[in-house]
Design a protein around this ligand. Structure first.
Ligand code: PRX
Length: 647
């Protein structure tokens, strides 16, 4: 069997940037040279294009592992995304073109978006929410999601967006970790013709969140959602936001004040609150949006990510809006009511730049080209991908059937922690190779190292970043020790991204995937420990070990090995129950694909679960060294069970 990695390492195919792009490109070779010569000057020149209330006095203060960018500067992110466009000639230009799953649409011009944001900012201030307060946002993909984020930014409140697919418990834990004072949610959202009752989930979470004083509720569904409002705590958006003034003074924020916290999975059971600040983050997402997506005034940019993920923060909201672009937001999924929904939307709204995840591309590929072929996609001029390694086959399909050979593809590597794009081609500048994220963005220094941390020029190793960059995470919320330990201890002096990678002879990066206990399921991060904790929380489960297995569409899927308490037997019903239990504890994205019951887990003599063996079993691969096993029989039994489970 050819492994995905073997195919990935096809370095021979090259796609030079199309001619017409070279003339339009925002960036040129000279951009790389300038940035290489003086990294700080490059970022400072970019930052200077934002509106600052007070200028910074120092570009960078680097006290490893703590960076401060644009020290002393003051600015407001919402003013940069809205006010300067309203006063600068874009007042009537569409900022957000939104479409709901049932087909309802709403277009907000920059002037309208700005007014809505100010109303929401005033409503929040009226509820006593102010600078530095944390606000949890638990919304579907509706314009209010972007409005709420920008309103927090306007008043200096720190938002923590929680993906609408997360369970009540996940929401509760995130609210409590950040001690959020307010929650912004909706009565529900639409997903494949069903209502997702977000307010009901939020109510369950709110039973145990002592810090929350107010809940702001958008009516997306209406009476059918049967929403119960708690007097004094819950307020309808259409009552208090719509009644508020459209003028709201922006809070002058220090460049290093917190803009948001976003929770992401790590190698322990507890998600990490990734902290992003104001000036550096905005600089990086604005700059990368401009250069990587080559945004021009007439572009319509659709990044299909949900705002619950960092991609939605950086490339649905902050990056493109800071550039005055028009963004598309869509509430539903690609296969509802038909498998051509995304392409119908691209044609209808004249999308010119489209950015999505390899999982989606592999799904489209499976469905076949007849769905995009139904629509006129001639306005598309640039395609992007993010979140997982893209296999060359999917890259070629995307290039041929969506881009019709005309659109360059930018394969962008970055993370929740990096805030913005780090390794990527630039359209018009970089020759691309299918499956490679190509080269670091100007002003970013990446280095490949071996297990000892020694830099290597080519071959396989670990991806590290050697110098601070403006959009980098500043710490883990209220857990700076974990910040140091997770990112800066494996290779002292370097940021370790958790990814394995390969450098080819042209110096191109090929990201191979996570080398830690973090899975990447459909481009979403899931910690094996989180799923294990959810499983052992079930009364029947004694012990659980979770590993990733290769999946054609999702990239990876969750496989769980479970031992039961007492002499309970594993039944089909219990498999279903455990899958449901994980969905309730974390959310549907963490639901295991396979659950294999076993009397014992393979352990070393010191009691460590041998995940490598479990991965081999889950993949159906020949087993590696088993000599350190405490009880070698466990493995044979597991292999039999796994084969039986696979049918
Ligand atoms: O393993 C890498 C993978 O996604 C991880 C980051 O996940 P998250 O913080 O959820 O952010 C996803 C969207 C920015 C990385 O450690 N990853 C991201 N982009 C790529 C990628 N793997 C390969 N190629 C990419 N372009």
């Amino acid at each position: 069997m050819t492994s995905q990695i073997d195919t990935l390492l096809d370095e021979t195919r090259r796609f030079p940037p199309p001619e017409q792009f070279a003339a339009q490109a925002n960036a040129t070779e000279a951009t790389y040279q300038a940035a290489a010569k003086d990294r700080e000057a490059f970022w400072a020149t970019e930052a200077a294009q934002l509106d600052w209330i007070e200028p910074w006095h120092t570009v960078l203060e680097w006290n490893l592992p703590h960076a401060k960018w644009f020290v002393g500067g003051k600015l407001n992110v919402s003013s940069n995304c809205l006010d300067r466009h309203v006063s600068g000639g874009r007042a009537d230009k569409a900022a957000i073109i939104w479409e709901g799953e049932p087909g309802d649409t709403r277009t907000l011009s920059y002037a309208e978006l700005s007014q809505e944001v100010n109303r929401c900012a005033n409503a929040l201030r009226g509820l006593g929410v102010g600078k530095g307060d944390r606000v949890a946002i638990y919304l579907p993909m509706i314009p209010e999601a972007a409005i709420a984020m920008l309103a927090c930014a306007r008043i200096g409140a720190v938002h923590s967006v929680v993906f609408g697919g997360f369970s009540a418990e996940s929401l509760r834990d995130r609210i409590n970790d950040a001690e959020a004072v307010a929650v912004i949610t909706a009565d529900g959202g639409n997903r494949r013709g069903q209502v997702v009752p977000l307010k009901k989930f939020a109510d369950k979470a709110l039973e145990d969140t002592p810090s929350v004083r107010h809940v702001l509720v958008v009516s997306r569904i209406g009476e059918a959602a049967d929403t119960v409002m708690q007097p004094g705590r819950d307020h309808w958006w259409h009552e208090i936001v719509d009644a508020a003034s459209t003028e709201a003074t922006p809070e002058p924020m220090d460049a290093e004040d917190l803009l948001f916290i976003l929770y992401t999975s790590g190698t322990t059971g507890k998600p990490k609150g990734i902290v992003h600040t104001t000036g550096g983050y905005l600089t990086q997402v604005t700059t990368t949006s401009k250069y990587v997506f080559d945004l021009k005034d007439d572009d319509v940019f659709w990044c299909s990510a949900d705002i619950g993920w960092v991609t939605g923060h950086s490339y649905v909201v902050y990056g493109p809006l800071a550039n005055g672009a028009t963004v598309v937001m869509y509430e539903g999924s690609p296969d509802w009511p038909d498998r051509d929904r995304f392409w119908a939307l691209c044609a209808k709204h004249g999308v010119t730049v489209f950015y999505t995840a390899p999982t989606a591309i592999r799904t489209f590929m499976k469905w076949g080209p007849e769905f995009p072929d139904r629509h006129d996609l001639s306005q598309l001029r640039l395609l992007g991908t993010v979140g997982e390694p893209i296999n060359p086959e999917a890259w070629m399909w995307y290039h041929q059937h969506i881009g019709h050979g005309r659109c360059p593809i930018v394969d962008t590597w970055w993370q929740t922690e990096t805030g913005g794009i780090m390794i990527t081609p630039l359209p018009g500048v970089t020759t691309t190779k299918p499956g490679s994220a190509t080269v670091p963005f100007p002003g970013i220094s990446a280095e490949l190292v071996d297990t000892d941390g020694t830099p290597i020029e080519s071959g396989g190793g670990y991806l590290t970043i050697t110098d601070p960059w403006p959009g980098m995470l500043r710490t883990i919320y209220r857990d700076d020790d974990r910040y140091r330990e997770t990112y800066w201890s494996r290779f002292p002096g370097r940021y370790f991204a958790g990814d394995g990678a390969k450098l080819d002879d042209d110096g191109y990066w090929w990201i191979l995937g996570r080398v830690d206990d973090v899975l990447n399921v459909s481009g979403h991060r899931i910690g094996t420990m989180e799923v294990e904790s959810a499983l052992v929380d079930h009364p029947a489960v004694a012990e659980a070990a979770v590993v990733g297995k290769t999946h054609d569409i999702k990239g990876q899927a969750v496989a769980a090995f479970v031992t039961l308490k007492g002499d309970r037997d594993g039944s089909e019903d219990l498999v279903k129950e455990l899958k449901q239990h994980v969905t309730e504890k974390i959310g549907a994205i963490a639901r295991p694909e396979d659950i294999i019951f076993t009397a014992d887990l393979p352990k070393t003599r010191s009691g460590k679960i041998m995940r490598r063996l479990l991965r081999d079993i889950a993949e159906g691969r020949a087993l590696g060294d088993t000599t350190t096993l405490a009880d070698p029989n466990v493995v044979n039994m597991l292999i039999e069970k796994h084969e039986a489970a696979e049918g």
